[in-house]
Design a protein around this ligand. Structure first.
Ligand SMILES: C[S@@+](CC[C@H](N)C(=O)[O-])C[C@H]1O[C@@H](n2cnc3c(N)ncnc32)[C@H](O)[C@@H]1O
Length: 235
């Protein structure tokens, strides 16, 4: 953690990063797009608009500066410290393989699979197949749901989060799949207050975000935040 923190503070010093120095931010962005050091990307995201990770078609990071809003603040610093400590206390393998290529063969009944895919009926920056992402369409959705059915057949527990309804649109593929397989479903009340961008787009009457599981859950409170409660629902 100390090594990582030292690197970050050196970068902040070198580029005079602050919540109003757009020039320093742009210079670090150029540096990252030339040398692609992962920690530079982390520093950039700390200062970028809504902390988003966005690229152009040449895979160059192009998210603008988050003037007066984004900086390497105490909250990011604490999360980083907790994250690094937790990673170092566990034996973890990370894989960046697409789920279609990922080998689930070595999973057994003691394993748990959580999927947080792009939402078919919303417009994430990674949904449309531009800016360096492969995109997400009905085909991907169906392959993912089949993958989960296969896990279910092998008694491996899964959870899938998704939008059932968003801005008046309904994900019928998801709805039919849940009904047909009689999977469990919980409505998620999310707190989007930290994101101006999402707050503008979402309203609770238009959006139903759900968690689908192949096992019964009674009550969940994901992060201790009262705004993230789950309630039973039927579709
Ligand atoms: C709802 S986000 C998940 C966010 C993640 N849980 C997190 O906390 O950072 C959906 C993710 O799916 C990825 N994605 C987009 N298209 C994909 C594809 N065709 N195959 C696999 N993953 C894809 C996106 O890059 C994005 O990170």
């Amino acid at each position: 953690y100390n090594k990582v923190l030292e690197y970050i503070y050196n970068r902040i010093e070198e580029y005079q990063l602050s919540d109003d120095n757009v020039d320093g931010y742009n210079r670090l962005r150029d540096e990252y797009n030339t040398n692609r050091k992962p920690l530079d990307l982390f520093v950039l995201i700390s200062y970028s608009f809504n902390h988003q990770i966005r690229f152009n078609n040449n895979h160059q990071f192009n998210n603008p500066f988050g003037k007066y809003r984004s900086s390497f603040n105490n909250s990011i610093k604490n999360n980083l410290e907790n994250f690094i400590n937790r990673m170092q206390s566990l034996n973890i393998d990370f894989s960046n393989e697409n789920f279609e290529c990922f080998n689930f063969d070595f999973f057994n009944e003691d394993d748990f699979v959580y999927c947080d895919p792009p939402y078919l009926i919303s417009k994430g920056t990674y949904n449309d197949g531009k800016r360096g992402f492969t995109g997400w369409n009905k085909n991907n959705e169906i392959i993912l749901l089949k993958t989960l059915d296969n896990l279910n057949k092998r008694n491996i527990k899964f959870a899938l989060s998704n939008f059932l309804i968003h801005n008046g649109k309904r994900n019928d593929i998801l709805k039919e799949w849940i009904s047909y397989n009689k999977y469990n479903i919980k409505k998620i009340y999310s707190n989007y207050d930290n994101s101006y961008y999402n707050k503008k787009l979402l309203s609770k009457t238009q959006t139903i975000e759900i968690l689908v599981t192949n096992y019964k859950i009674n009550y969940l409170n994901i992060d201790g935040n009262i705004n993230n409660l789950f309630f039973d629902m039927e579709i």
